[in-house]
Ligand binder design. Structure first.
Ligand code: PBG
Length: 395
């Protein structure tokens, strides 16, 4: 995907009044695009708008940014914010209400932030081509250039609000400490760079940094081969949500979907659904495609990405002839217990990819993943209860 600046330059100024030759535009109502209001979310929405404009030059589009609950409350740790009734609606609640009421026609989401179960009247209409799915290490400027994860001294503080990221890093680097780090990408980088900052490094999704043109801050790409980190389900992919009965919109979105990303993410999301985990549960995945010749094609984190973030290797083998390889890892919060499994299979559709995801979930459960996940949900409930008790005593 293009960087933020080049994206900007492709976007025309506010739509000029339409003359008679473009009157076709008035035949259809404007498509209202709902998005969260963060800088990254708006870059993503503009990217989708541009793809749609290219594919449907006769249509008009308007971006409607909305402040989400998770953006408003920057104090409560994410794990607590997403407890109970708020579960999973943190980023999507207000936008989904607007979609249901017809105030917007599509919502642009980071697939990673979308619950695996949507309300019945809404649907995931398209998954777009994936940006780099890996997590990225950003190191404090107080360390010399070239300092990687393994070079950070014992006791270093890593900023992340993600249970998955912290658990996986504890597993590989038990001496590190972790402190919650909230806010949008710009805020997090500023907190890392601030004078007297407690953080030695932070972890962010490479995709977000690349979309914002901030990938010059990335010190190390984390993957199964580097730092032993698997990314979140759906990370790096954008997804479009619509009203389930809006067939016209569903048709329109087929022009911008990506089959390869859809298959990969269907496998990942089916796995997550079967393990009943939310986005904050320590399930890491890495999905790649492998041709019969044994060479790995596309999406693989180990691939070289060019300056636009595209995997350099060209796909020459038809997608149906490639195996979908799903690497998975479930880790306990303390990083001491873990279960991993890797499976590969040819799939010809998103639905077939979902079967692969569910099969892998079964195997992970047989190998003890459910014990790890149950322990985590018990701890979460305990933390929520304790917080309520504390509120009682201070009231
Ligand atoms: N949880 C927030 C979130 N949701 C999606 C992204 C990054 C972009 C993506 O994964 O598509 C981020 C920020 C981050 O994790 O660093």
């Amino acid at each position: 995907m293009a960087s933020a600046t080049s994206l900007d330059s492709q976007i025309p100024e506010a739509t000029a009044p339409q003359d008679a030759t473009t009157s076709a535009q008035t035949q259809f109502p404007t498509v209202n695009i709902g998005t969260r209001s963060s800088v990254l979310a708006q870059i993503q929405a503009r990217h989708v708008e541009q793809l749609l404009k290219n594919a449907h030059p006769d249509r008009t589009f308007k971006i409607c940014p909305v402040l989400a609950q998770g953006d408003k409350d920057k104090v409560t740790p994410l794990q607590q914010l997403s407890q109970g009734e708020n579960a999973k609606s943190l980023w999507t609640g207000e936008l989904e209400a607007m979609l249901e009421q017809g105030e917007v026609d599509i919502i642009v989401h980071c697939l990673k932030d979308m619950p695996t179960q949507l309300p019945d009247n809404l649907a995931l209409a398209a998954i777009l081509e994936r940006e780099d799915p890996r997590d990225a290490l950003i190191v404090s400027p107080k360390f010399p250039e070239g300092t990687m994860l393994a070079d950070l001294p014992a006791g270093s503080v890593i900023g992340t609000s993600s249970v998955r990221r912290a658990a996986q890093l504890r597993r590989m680097y038990p001496s590190f400490e972790f402190i919650d780090l909230r806010g949008n990408v710009g805020t997090r980088l500023a907190k890392l760079d601030a004078e007297g900052s407690p953080y030695s490094a932070i972890i962010l999704a490479a995709a977000g940094l690349k979309r914002m043109g901030l990938d010059n801050r990335i010190r190390q790409y984390l993957s199964s081969e580097s730092g032993g980190m698997l990314h979140a389900v759906g990370q790096g992919a954008l997804a479009i949500e619509i009203r389930a009965d809006d067939y016209a919109m569903s048709d329109m979105l087929q022009s911008i979907r990506c089959e390869k990303t859809t298959r990969a993410c269907c496998a990942e999301r089916a796995l997550l659904r079967a393990l009943e985990g939310g986005c904050s549960v320590p399930i890491g995945v890495e999905t790649t495609f492998r041709s019969q010749k044994g060479l790995s094609v596309g999406l693989q984190p180990a691939a070289e990405y060019d300056k636009d973030g595209k995997a350099v290797e060209e796909d020459t083998v038809p997608l149906d002839d490639q195996e979908l390889v799903l690497k998975t890892l479930v880790v306990s919060v303390d990083g001491k217990d873990s279960v991993e499994y890797e499976a590969a299979r040819k799939v010809r559709s998103g639905a077939e990819a979902e079967v692969l995801g569910r099969d892998v979930a079964k195997i992970l459960i047989e190998r003890g993943a459910d014990n790890i996940l149950q322990q985590i949900s018990a701890e979460k409930q305990w933390a929520a209860k304790k917080q309520l008790e504390e509120m009682d005593t201070t009231a």
